[in-house]
Each structure stands twice: as structure tokens, then as C-alpha cells.
Design a protein around this ligand. Structure first.
Ligand code: FPP
Length: 226
């Protein structure tokens, strides 16, 4: 048995290095990364995990060269178009977090469409974090709360976050070797177990995920108590 795993969050790092190591363009790494998103999502659905949040594009990623940003936007558009069938077949609901108002109207419509088409799904919820940054999310929430002009408790504050309705993060994994959170789900990960692996995202496997989950299950989680 062990700890329940309701919400798994992943920082999918290392696409660029994975491609460069093979003397390929960074775009090739992102394409492989998108395939890995599909594989890991389907595996999580079979495990009975309720929420899977994937960091696909941060508020800071706009600083990358325009060609790479454009490629990531195209990849996202393709992904949104292609995913419906697989998601519905596997009873996976699609959601996003982040400020999507900065995306093109075509992309925003594709996001809304996929959310609607999968709204009835009852298994895993796959949540893509796009144009997402925790500080940005918290500030948007604070500004909303100020309009309400009422003192907040934790639950009331959480209700203003993009993640409202989702469970807190239980397990956060970062691939690619760096040990940092990079502005990802800072409020929601207050009591998350953190795992860092050197594996680059395109090389991440269901086997490695299984090993991490079994270590997570045997961890003693005390939430500040004894
Ligand atoms: C980090 O690798 C990854 C990203 C900035 C983008 C994540 C995108 C994907 C996994 C593919 C797209 C996903 C969807 C759902 C369409 P990096 O480029 O920073 O790698 P590096 O650290 O080796 O340079």
C-alpha cells in the first residue's frame, strides 16, 4: 500500500541536451519529448493517479530564441489536434494551468476545444502547464483576491489559483540533472516529495517512474507532525 499518489508533477528537462548529444537540432529533442508525454501520461492513467501536471512551457521560456519558441508553439498546436482520440479512449481529461491569454487565438481555441471534448472523462486528469510560472499564478490569484476584499484562509486562497479543484502535489520529479523547482507549483508542492534524476526527459521510462513511485510509497510523510 504505502502513500497514496493523487498528484504527480513533472519538470520535463533535458530535451535540448538529448538532441545535441546526437548532433541533432534541439527541436528533435522537443519532438521526442512530446512523444514521451504521451507514453508517461498513458502509463499514469493505468496506475490510477488522479492528476498529472507537466511543465511544458514556462513564463521564462519566451526568452529562448524565437525559432525555438515558434517550434514549441507548433508542437503544442499539433499535440492539441492529435491527442483527442487517445485521451478519450483512455478516459483522460485534459486541463491547462498558466496564463493562456498570451497565446494566439487559434491556440486558445484548440485548448478550449480539447478541454471540452474530454470534460466527461473520469480517469486521470492531464494538466499541461503552459506559459506557467508560480509567481505569476500567485500574483494573478492575489489580484483576484484583492477584488474580493476579504481575509483569506489557505483553502480560500487556493480557490483563486489555476490549480483550484486539483489535489496538492504529492510527488514532484525533475529530469535532466538539475536540482531546482524553476518557479513550478511552489504553493501546491509545500509538502511534496521531491525526486531529481539525471535522466534526460526523452530517455525517461515507465520503469524509472515505477522505481521512483515505489520509493515514494515507502517514504514516511509527516506533514510537520510526528
Ligand atoms: C526542457 O528541456 C523542456 C522544455 C522547455 C519544453 C518541454 C516540452 C516538451 C516536453 C515537449 C512539448 C510538449 C508538449 C505537450 C507539446 P530543455 O529544452 O530546457 O532541455 P535542455 O535543458 O537540455 O536544454
Amino acid at each position: 500500500m504505502g502513500n497514496e499518489l493523487n498528484h504527480l508533477a513533472i519538470i520535463m528537462d533535458g530535451n535540448g541536451r538529448w538532441a545535441e548529444r546526437q548532433n541533432k537540432n534541439r527541436s528533435f529533442g522537443h519532438e521526442e519529448g512530446a512523444k514521451k508525454v504521451r507514453e508517461i501520461t498513458q502509463y499514469c492513467a493505468t496506475l490510477g493517479i488522479k492528476y498529472l501536471t507537466l511543465y511544458a512551457f514556462s513564463t521564462e521560456n519566451w526568452k529562448r530564441p524565437k525559432s525555438e519558441v515558434d517550434f514549441l508553439m507548433q508542437l503544442l498546436a499539433k499535440f492539441l489536434k492529435k491527442e483527442e482520440k487517445t485521451l478519450v479512449k483512455n478516459d483522460i481529461r485534459f486541463e491547462v494551468i498558466g496564463d493562456i491569454s498570451k497565446f494566439s487565438s487559434t491556440l486558445q481555441n484548440a485548448i478550449d476545444n480539447l478541454k471540452k471534448k474530454t470534460a466527461h472523462c473520469k480517469g486521470l486528469t492531464q494538466i499541461l502547464a503552459i506559459n506557467y510560472g508560480s509567481r505569476n499564478e500567485i500574483l494573478r490569484a492575489v489580484n483576484q483576491a484583492i477584488k474580493n476584499a476579504k481575509e483569506l484562509d489557505e483553502d480560500a486562497f487556493s480557490s483563486f489559483l489555476d490549480t483550484h479543484g486539483f489535489a496538492d502535489v504529492d510527488l514532484l520529479i525533475r529530469t535532466g540533472g538539475d536540482k531546482r523547482l524553476s518557479n513550478f507549483l511552489l504553493w501546491q508542492s509545500a509538502y511534496a516529495e521531491l525526486f531529481f534524476t539525471k535522466t534526460l526527459w526523452p530517455d525517461f521510462s515507465t520503469g524509472e517512474l515505477e522505481t521512483i513511485i515505489s520509493e515514494y510509497k515507502s517514504t514516511s510523510r509527516r506533514f510537520g507532525a510526528l
